[in-house]
Design a protein around this ligand. Sequence first.
Ligand code: NAD
Length: 354
Amino acid sequence: MLEFNYKGLPWNIIFGAGALQRLPEEVEKLGFERALVLTTPQQQSAGEEIMQLLGGRGACLFSEAIMHVPVQTLEAAKSLADEIQADCTVSLGGGSTTGLGKALAAQKSLPNIAIPTSFAGSEMTNIWAVTETDRKVTTRDDSVVPTLTIYDPELTLTMPVGFAMVSGLNALAQAIVNVATDKPNPMVASMALDGIRALVSALPRIKANPDDIEARAEALYGASMAGAALGTGSTGLHHKLCHTFGGIFNTPHAETHAILLAHSVAYNATATAEGSQRIAGVMGVDDAAVGIFDLAGKLDAPQALSDIGIKESDLDEAAAVTTEKPFNNPEPVTIQKVRAMLQRAFEGLPPTST
Ligand code: NAD
């Protein structure tokens, strides 16, 4: 008999090509007058355009957002927010910039307007993080969900194809882990499956034609559904592994997801047979894990941990740290099985089930 709990998040979304132009009227409607605009250094000029668009309601641009929200960056942004008496933030960028906006929402109760430009999907989750001396602490808190998210697919056109592919695979991971589970939640899974469908359809089309705005829009929608699944669902071995590699070896976030996803799905395949079958069905393949591995290959995404600077001698430590504390996962987690799986991921071999 069907039995589940579901708690939604307070999403408020505007989606459409050109939607960015609605920013000034939406800020006015929300009653904000002094926006602190956030970007990375790489997207500073896009941030300056946002300042222009906001006119008098743009108080200042902070263009120092970087990956994993280092505490020093957060403190600098907090001081600036105080100094200019900001009443909201507008974060334009990928997961790193969205993450800074969410951290400011958590620590300064500053409402955030998110304008995502990658497929990270962070704007749909209640997960925020801060990193202090290489230790990233993540927390779930519904108050960090952006007050408004403006999805404008045109803003993703500047995302280089290589990054768009791994960013899309990062989103795919958020959806996949919420279908390939032993405790499926039908509402979370329905968002996840539609996210998988959209991403699997759109990413090869972006690869073939980077200017395909329809495909960019479909991938952005897929990323938003995947983020919705992550925000209302759960994580297990896959996210634990990515967290371990990012934390110890500072591996690039999206690439780490892209490499490990097929292997972690294979690891759980027996315990999640029904969910894996549903994923395979949506992907149009026989086996979910192999299908994910083949998709990453087709998209020219990195497929071996050795491609992102990991050495074979790092694998023992990664397996030990991943398994040092118990966590929820469909298949029991043992250091031996995780180490064996990491060997295949290191060599870029196709996944095998445990
Ligand atoms: P990112 O935000 O660091 O972006 C990578 C680079 O690409 C940056 O220089 C950025 O400025 C640039 N970029 C982004 N969009 C662009 C565009 N359209 N055009 C040109 N350049 C663009 O990387 P990411 O993968 O989007 O995010 C990774 C971070 O997000 C990690 O810290 C990860 O932990 C976090 N994240 C959090 C959640 C969550 O739910 N909390 C979910 C996913 C990712």
